[in-house]
Structure formats: structure tokens, C-alpha cells
Write a protein that binds this ligand. Structure first.
Ligand code: SAH
Ligand code: SF4
Ligand code: F3S
Length: 468
């Protein structure tokens, strides 16, 4: 499509359509992958003269970037989409569904919701410009959800903010097919970018967009490069060489694929964060088998021990599913015991939600909603006790943080920064006027509870100097 400016300086002509300045509003649900996809959508739509608005009522185009991981995520989206009926009545606005629900349900959605103009899946995010063009060219009620079948893929990271923190996609899709999970159906098979491309892309972000911290993203980043003979460990060591890049994070990991080589990198890398999110899902081997997770608790704990040996400062967090079909009381107690052994810094925990098309959805299940709810509450309460102890160990220690902005803490507005180990620490500035946005500072932790942490400023390094 050719782009040129029309006689009205604000109007862009693309193909044979005029695009006056318009506003796009995007509601994002789900994981970091989806948030990152939203950034890509915004950046592509700038080419069609769209700018982002936070105000639904100002929008010319509304996009819902959806998540299907648990039923609650679906229900939220259906209800929000239902409400757009009113917006449609009041003014000229186009409505689109994107992301994981759109990937698998777009035809049904288009049929059920007359206000929905078009839908597109997770693998055509980078074609959003063409799709929006089609919608403005008069095409109605269309869905594009095709898969790219190759083993690798190539993109350029798009960021539309001025922050030094950026997400960089390195692998998409998932081949694991855990029995409860919808992701392999909504994101397709694993495909990786190449190390060369990611290193060049990241070096560009660092040199030209002021990026200092990257989070390497994927549903299962440990499988990165497997299909082209490359690995996450190699990628990290290559990224490490980029001057001006200060901190490297990656998420999410699968315990089965945490290799010895990667553990070694946690010991020797100077830029890799002191944090690893390693979802365990359950503390019971029999439940793990029913989940098709491919590892035992013994293997998982051995990996944790090795990681902690390699980097004694590493902090671990996890995901847990409470009340998997037919989970016994003993199996549930095994998860509580695991919390004692693993001593996580935080957990994301959820009740099992049956997802259409998955193996677990076909399992006969005797658990009631009450039992599931009670088990989830027990897991969360137990973790909070452990978390309070784990966080208490921070008191008196000094941490280098990147200041992310201001936050509301104990009734006061304070600055907040994130440690390499992913904890937020709140602090007051030296004076009321001091501005610490995106500074690296050393903070001495003065108090810490399970959910919050306070510190005082020891040294301000300004904007550039990183943690190492
Ligand atoms: N790729 C990541 C996680 C993807 S989904 C991994 O393998 O760990 C994020 C989390 O949602 C999962 O770790 C799991 O704890 C939870 N989850 C996934 N499917 C779920 C379901 N059907 N019900 C409840 N929680 C689920
Ligand atoms: Fe889902 Fe399992 Fe893949 Fe994670 S590894 S995305 S839980 S199928
Ligand atoms: Fe949800 Fe899709 Fe992410 S289902 S958790 S948005 S990969």
C-alpha cells in the first residue's frame, strides 16, 4: 500500500483511501504477550494516522485484545463487547476483536455480536494495518485467523513509549499441550526468531530508543531456538555483550526445559536478573502427571537447588492451579508442602478452569466449586505467611533499583523502583521536588511485609548507570 499526504496536511492517503487523524482505544486482557501485541498494534496503526486514546468515548476504532486462559477472562470480554452496542448507536465507531479468543471463536463472535465489525487472530497481529484498511474500505464482518506454519519468524520490535524497559518477543506458540491449557490452541506451534535478529533488534532499541532493560518474551522461552539449533542460554550471553543494556529478564519458563547450560548462565551472566518465574502448577506428582507437565517435584526442586547454587541471590516465583480435576486432599496438601520447600517470593494462583477442547475438559470431575475455592484460599494464606518471612530477609540490605514512577503507599505518594529480583521498593525523595523517574538508585530496605517494602535512598546514580 502506498502512503502519501493529501492536500489537507493532516490527512494521510493510503492506497486509494483518505485517513484523517483518528483515535484507537484498545482493551488488553491476559498475559505480557498480549500487552506486547497491543504495543505492536498501536505502532502499526500509526501508519494509518491513528493515535492511541485512553477514552473509550473518543475512539473511532475499538479493539479488544482478548485472553482465553480461564473462563473469567472470556466472560469479562463478552460483557465488555456487549456494552459496545451503546457506543455503536451513539456514533460512527468500528469494533474489532483480536487475540486468543478471536483466534478460536471469531466466526461465532461475528455472528453473535452485530456490533463487531471484524476479528483477527494472534498470528496476524503484524497485518493489522491491512485489516483496518479493509474495514475502512467497506469490508464487513470478516475474520482473519490464519497460522504461519514455519519453524521461525522474523519481526522488528515496536515500542511506542519512552520507557527504558522493553519487551522483546523471542518465541511464540507452545508445543507442550499441558492438559488444562488453551494456549497451544490460541497461539499455535512454537516458532523462534534467530539470535542474530534478536541481538540486532535489541542493540537498535538500546542505541536509538534509550532501552536499558529487556524482558525476553514467550509462552515457553526455554524452548527458544530448539528447532534451529540455538538456545536461550546462548542468546543471553550474546545479549550480554550489548553495551548500554543493563538488565535482562525472561518469561515464562517451563521446568522441564531448564537446562544445565541455562543454570550456568544464571551463575555467570552479569546482566541476567536475580529473578526467575518458574511455574510449578502443583506440588503433587500424580497431579503433575494428569496435567501432562513432564517433570516430577523431585526434578523441579533439584533445578531450584542448582539455580540457587549458581546464583545465591536468585529469587523464585511460580504459578499454581488449585483444584485440578479430582485432586485429593492429600494431593492438595502436597502443594502446601511444596510452598514450604520452595519458599517462593510470590505466586500467581488460580482455581482450575475447564477450557473447551483441552484434555482436562474431558476428565470426569468430582470437585465442587466450594472445595476448589477453599483450597485456593489455603494456598494463598500459606504463601502469605512464607512470603512475609522471605521478604523480611531484605531488611537492612541495599538494592539497586530502576525507578519506575510514583506509587501510593500507606496513604502517601512515594517513588517506587524494582530490584533486579523483581521486588518493588517504595521510598521518599530527598526533597519534595526531587525527580527520580528512570534513575538507578541504591535503596536500603527499612521494612518489608508480605506485600510491601519500604526503603531509603542511599545513592542516586541518575539515569544511565545500571546495576552492574
Ligand atoms: N506458559 C506458561 C504459562 C501460561 S498461562 C507456563 O507454561 O507456565 C499462565 C498460567 O495460567 C499458567 O501457569 C497456569 O497456572 C494458569 N492456567 C493455565 N490454564 C489454566 C486453566 N485452565 N485453569 C486455571 N489456570 C490456568
Ligand atoms: Fe500452557 Fe503448558 Fe504451554 Fe504453558 S507450557 S503455555 S501451561 S501448554
Ligand atoms: Fe491469555 Fe492468550 Fe496470554 S490465552 S494468558 S492472552 S497467551
Amino acid at each position: 500500500m502506498s502512503t502519501e499526504m493529501s492536500t489537507d496536511a493532516n490527512v494521510k492517503v493510503v492506497g486509494d483511501i483518505e485517513f484523517p487523524p483518528r483515535k484507537v482505544w484498545i482493551k488488553t486482557y491476559g498475559c505480557q504477550m498480549n500487552y506486547h501485541d497491543t504495543e505492536r498494534i498501536v505502532s502499526h496503526l500509526e501508519g494509518l494516522n491513528f493515535s492511541l486514546t485512553e477514552e473509550k468515548d473518543d475512539a473511532d476504532l475499538m479493539i479488544f485484545n482478548t485472553c482465553a486462559i480461564r473462563d473469567l477472562a472470556n466472560q469479562k470480554f463478552y460483557s465488555h463487547l456487549g456494552n459496545t452496542k451503546h457506543q455503536k448507536k451513539q456514533r460512527e465507531v468500528k469494533v474489532a476483536a483480536a487475540g486468543c479468543i478471536a483466534q478460536t471463536e471469531s466466526k461465532e463472535l461475528l455472528k453473535k455480536y452485530p456490533q463487531l465489525d471484524f476479528a483477527f487472530g494472534t498470528d496476524v497481529i503484524d497485518n493489522v494495518g491491512e485489516l483496518v484498511y479493509r474495514a475502512y474500505a467497506g469490508d464487513k464482518k470478516f475474520a482473519v485467523t490464519s497460522w504461519d506454519r514455519s519453524d521461525n519468524y522474523s519481526i522488528e520490535t515496536k515500542i511506542s513509549h519512552g520507557s527504558p524497559q522493553a519487551f522483546v518477543n523471542i518465541i511464540k506458540g507452545c508445543d507442550k499441550f499441558c492438559s488444562y491449557c488453551i494456549v497451544p490452541f490460541t497461539r499455535g506451534r512454537e516458532k523462534s526468531r534467530t539470535i542474530t535478529e534478536i541481538v540486532n533488534d535489541t542493540a537498535r532499541l538500546v542505541a536509538h530508543q534509550g532501552v536499558q532493560e529487556v524482558t525476553l518474551l514467550g509462552q515457553n522461552v526455554n524452548s527458544f531456538g530448539k528447532k534451529n539449533g540455538e538456545s536461550l542460554a546462548e542468546l543471553i550471553m550474546e545479549l550480554e555483550k550489548i553495551e548500554g543494556l543493563e538488565l535482562i529478564r525472561y518469561t515464562t519458563s517451563h521446568p522441564y526445559d531448564i537446562s544445565d547450560e541455562l543454570i550456568e548462565v544464571h551463575g555467570k551472566s552479569k546482566k541476567l536478573a536475580n529473578h526467575l518465574h518458574l511455574p510449578v502448577q502443583s506440588g503433587s506428582n500424580t497431579v503433575l502427571q494428569r496435567m501432562l507437565r513432564q517433570y516430577s517435584i523431585e526434578h523441579y526442586l533439584e533445578r531450584l537447588d542448582r539455580l540457587r547454587e549458581a546464583n545465591p541471590n536468585i529469587v523464585i516465583s511460580t504459578d499454581i492451579i488449585a483444584g485440578f480435576p479430582n485432586e485429593t486432599e492429600q494431593e492438595h496438601r502436597d502443594t502446601l508442602k511444596l510452598l514450604d520447600k520452595a519458599r517462593y517470593d510470590f505466586i500467581y494462583s488460580y482455581n482450575f478452569s475447564s477450557r473447551p477442547g483441552t484434555k482436562a475438559a474431558r476428565m470426569k470431575d468430582i470437585l465442587t466449586k466450594d472445595v476448589r475455592g477453599r483450597r485456593l484460599r489455603e494456598i494463598q494464606a500459606h504463601q502469605l505467611e512464607i512470603q512475609a518471612e522471605v521478604r523480611q530477609e531484605m531488611v537492612g540490605k541495599t538494592y539497586r533499583v530502576l525507578v519506575e514512577g510514583k506509587g501510593f503507599m500507606k496513604g502517601q505518594t512515594k517513588w517506587k523502583g524494582r530490584t533486579s529480583c523483581y521486588r518493588i521498593v517504595h521510598f521518599e525523595g530527598e526533597t519534595h521536588e526531587s525527580d527520580y523517574q528512570w534513575h538507578w538508585v541504591d535503596l536500603k530496605v527499612t521494612s518489608a511485609t508480605a506485600l510491601s517494602c519500604q526503603g531509603e535512598i542511599v545513592k542516586d546514580y541518575g539515569r544511565r548507570q545500571g546495576p552492574h
